[in-house]
Design a protein around this ligand. Structure first.
Ligand SMILES: Nc1ncnc2c1ncn2[C@@H]1O[C@H](COP(=O)(O)OP(=O)(O)O)[C@@H](O)[C@H]1O
Ligand SMILES: [Mg+2]
Length: 241
């Protein structure tokens, strides 16, 4: 039987048919502001709070303080305690970019994996991570190597991807093929704000619900609703998005 890692995000584990496949890597794609970083924070926070699993947050975008403030603002009140006692380990951009190449950062991570058992890892964002590399070939090699290392260390991982369009005009990036799962967070503008949706496009080895589900972001983080029929690619006034 496939072992699953529950996200603990309301509604999401149901549409994942129980959770994310253990030791897999899932890409979380979406526009800026779609909720990718909040989902990452929530995934690690729930890991500690609900499942007694330790996590690592690699952030190429924010500093440790920004992450803590984001976590606290959404109601993850014990975030700082978990970081303090090592249940959540944060490598922020200051730490990650201190090393001038990714293999040095990787060495530090590998040391950590030897000393301590972690279950969950987040890379936020893959888009920024890729800026480490000068050419496409080097980028692919490292991405492959990195996803292998995560599997070897039995980590169940989320990687965020800044991606505006669900169906981009350009070729779909390599990262879509390298990862085991693909979750899109979608936001469409309305008169009064945005409508938010989640779409699990792929989850290897899992019989997932492939409908698009409405979601909201509020105190407590992401919450996914189960009434799939509400989705429309048109905004409320029927103007094309
Ligand atoms: N406390 C909150 N209540 C409601 N919505 C929030 C709250 N905090 C953040 N958000 C929403 O979440 C969005 C940011 O999500 P974030 O995960 O940082 O996006 P991404 O990482 O995809 O760029 C904000 O634009 C805001 O709309
Ligand atoms: Mg973000």
């Amino acid at each position: 039987m496939t072992e699953l890692t529950r996200t603990g995000v309301e509604g999401l584990d149901d549409i994942l048919n129980g959770g994310i496949v253990k030791n897999s890597t899932t890409l979380v794609s979406g526009n800026p502001g779609a909720g990718k970083s909040i989902l990452c924070l929530q995934y690690l926070y729930n890991g500690v709070e609900q499942f007694d699993e330790k996590g690592i947050y690699l952030s190429f975008e924010e500093n440790e303080d920004d992450l803590r403030e984001a976590a606290e603002s959404i109601g993850f009140d014990n975030w700082a305690d978990h970081v303090e006692n090592g249940d959540i380990k944060v490598y922020d951009k200051r730490k990650l970019l201190r090393e001038n190449d990714f293999s040095s950062s990787l060495e530090i991570l590998l040391d950590d994996f030897e000393d301590e058992q972690y279950d969950r890892l987040v890379l936020d964002s893959l888009t920024m991570f890729e800026l480490f590399f000068d050419d496409e070939r080097e980028k692919r090699t490292y991405l492959l190597k990195f996803t292998d290392i995560l599997k070897e260390n039995e980590l169940t991982s989320l990687m965020t991807n800044e991606q505006g369009a669900v169906f981009p005009d350009t070729d779909i990036g390599l990262e879509n093929y390298l990862t085991d799962g693909n979750i899109y967070l979608i936001q469409t503008p309305t008169d009064s704000g945005v409508n938010r949706y989640v779409w699990v496009a792929k989850m290897r080895k899992q019989n997932i619900e492939t409908d698009i589900f409405p979601m909201e972001i509020a105190e407590g983080g992401l919450r996914i609703h189960q009434n799939a029929s509400a989705f429309s690619m048109m905004s409320e006034d029927d103007a094309p998005i």
